[in-house]
Ligand binder design. Structure first.
Ligand code: BG6
Length: 507
């Protein structure tokens, strides 16, 4: 796990060497992911002087295309990000030297992912280290890995051979197990880098630093002091152009066993003995295995109706392109998880995620137990509220601590206050789409921020009862107006134990 901060005048960020020379092969070269995230991340890595000059980038896709055509397509995309402020990558100008470094190293190979000839042709052009990036639809993951294996491309005789696999990794426990079994027949676990882009977010990585590099937090980070924990990933965007993918997927599969469980992992795992990949991933595995399979009665599913989001009228989910007018796919899900281990037994973990909500907000809120009231019995203070530590990830990243102090004056009255830390106030913010660290780490062989097979399977196992029960006869979908905080059922879920969700509006 690397910090990619650049120190001027050195060949790379403090203590960080450029990645070893390697050939990056991108399957899905003309796809959205490649142009929106992978290429900008490579460009940022060049800016941080972390790519070796001997790096090569080969793109593979179905359609006919030339090297120049692909380079032009990507250059136009990069240019468009200078005006599109909604894209994950935005820069006022594209640095020609850095981008030129990339375009000089691009080549394109037309190929069908299911055709052995594609892999044979590739085998003829690759020697030494290689990373194969599967930026393709999930149904091709197994096929591409098998194609690579058959062509001998995953044999590590003259260099490393690694495969980056995007999400969704399976659509339930049995399909994830099947996919793991399929790819692990072809190459070893250490060659697979299963991506969860939430782990590429600096603020997510920083949760581990906050917990384990400070004496302040960890002693109270347990059931004796923590009352409950909320994990929220609220979005204002709708399903956009992804109806065909989203219809059979829904919010639970799209966000929970992957992204939200990664947040759960960093906030709730035991301290690993080091930042070594296996040490970290073993602690995460132990944590996720301690999560009880969620009973359907602790799950709420919602779907957005028409409404107003950020001042704009938006249609109902059922009226979106490539969505069934009678769809029962959830665009919101909330659940209560129980973790049965010594640290967390009895502490509810509430997870929620949804599209077309009031505001974008990804955060973990730790609610501490209230202080004893006895001392305040003879004062105007009628109750003590709990302290909250918010670990904010998006759209701002930082932390906020909420506590109570005395209101100046003759009587003992308490007022709510907060202290706020923003990463941007302390550290220069480097352009970062989140994939820089992930690509660099894969090239350097650091798997800390990638999901191991058992991590993924344990997460699917925890949500399996909810997946099984989703549907009109089980957990139906409650319609919520776009622009709201989600369905009423989500509030009722927390009210059962006297809790309430945090508001979503920006601070
Ligand atoms: C993706 C999901 O993995 O994560 C999307 O498929 C979701 O539906 C996105 O919008 C959220 O990521 P971020 O980084 O924008 O919070």
């Amino acid at each position: 796990m690397s910090g990619l901060e650049l120190e001027p005048g050195t060949s790379g960020p403090a203590g960080t060497k450029p990645a070893p020379p390697c050939t990056l092969v991108i399957f899905g070269a003309r796809g959205d992911l490649t142009k929106r995230l992978v290429m900008p991340a490579l460009y940022n890595l060049v800016g941080s002087r972390l790519l070796d000059p001997a790096t090569r980038i080969i793109g593979i896709d179905h359609g006919h295309e030339t090297d120049e055509g692909w380079a032009r397509f990507l250059t136009e995309a990069m240019q468009s990000f200078t005006t599109d402020k909604t894209a994950e990558f935005h820069a006022d100008t594209i640095d020609q030297a850095s981008w030129g470094f990339i375009t000089q190293r691009l080549s394109f190979q037309q190929g069908n992912f299911e055709d052995p000839a594609t892999f044979e042709a590739l085998a003829g052009t690759i020697g030494g280290n290689a990373v194969f990036y599967l930026a393709v639809a999930a149904r091709f993951f197994g096929t591409v890995v098998e194609g690579l294996g058959r062509a001998g491309l995953l044999r590590q005789d003259d260099g490393f051979r690694r495969v980056i696999i995007e999400k969704p990794f399976g659509s339930d426990l049995s399909s994830a197990r099947e996919l793991n079994a399929r790819i692990l027949k072809v190459a070893g676990e250490s060659q697979f880098f299963r991506i969860d882009h939430f782990l590429g977010k600096e603020a997510v990585q920083s949760v581990m630093a906050l917990r384990f590099a400070n004496g302040l937090f960890e002693p109270t980070w347990r059931r004796e002091f923590i009352d409950h924990v909320e994990i929220t990933a609220a979005e204002t965007v709708g399903v956009e152009e992804r109806g065909a993918f989203y219809e059979p997927t829904g919010a639970l599969r799209d966000m929970v066993p992957n992204h939200l469980f990664q947040l759960l992992g960093v906030v709730a795992m035991e301290p690993p003995t080091s930042f070594d990949a296996e040490a970290v991933r073993t602690e995460k595995a132990k944590l996720i295995e301690a999560v009880l399979p969620v009973p359907p009665s602790d799950v709420v599913r919602g779907q957005y109706g028409a409404g107003i989001v950020l001042g704009r009228d938006v249609p109902a989910y059922r009226d979106e392109t490539r969505v069934s007018p009678t769809s029962s796919t959830e665009t919101f899900v909330a659940m209560r998880l129980s973790i049965e281990n010594w640290r967390w037994a009895g502490v509810p973990f509430y997870l929620r995620t949804g599209k077309r909500l009031t505001a974008r907000r990804t955060e973990i809120a730790i609610h501490f137990r209230p202080a004893p009231y006895r001392m305040f019995r003879d004062t105007p203070v009628d109750a003590l509220s709990s302290n909250v530590l918010r670990l904010q990830i998006d759209p701002v990243s930082g932390t906020t601590t909420e506590f109570r102090v005395k209101v100046p004056g003759p009587a003992m009255r308490l007022g709510d206050v907060r202290t706020t830390m923003r990463y941007g106030d302390f550290f220069a913010e480097k352009p970062n789409v989140g994939y820089e660290t992930l690509l660099y780490d894969c090239m350097t062989g650091d798997a800390t921020l990638f999901q191991r097979a058992d991590n993924i399977e344990a997460a699917w196992a925890a949500v399996e009862p909810a997946l099984d029960a989703a549907g009109p006869d089980g957990i139906g979908v409650e319609i919520y107006p776009a622009g709201s905080a989600g369905p009423d059922g989500a509030d009722a879920l927390l009210a059962r134990l006297g809790h309430r969700w945090s508001g979503l509006a920006a601070e």
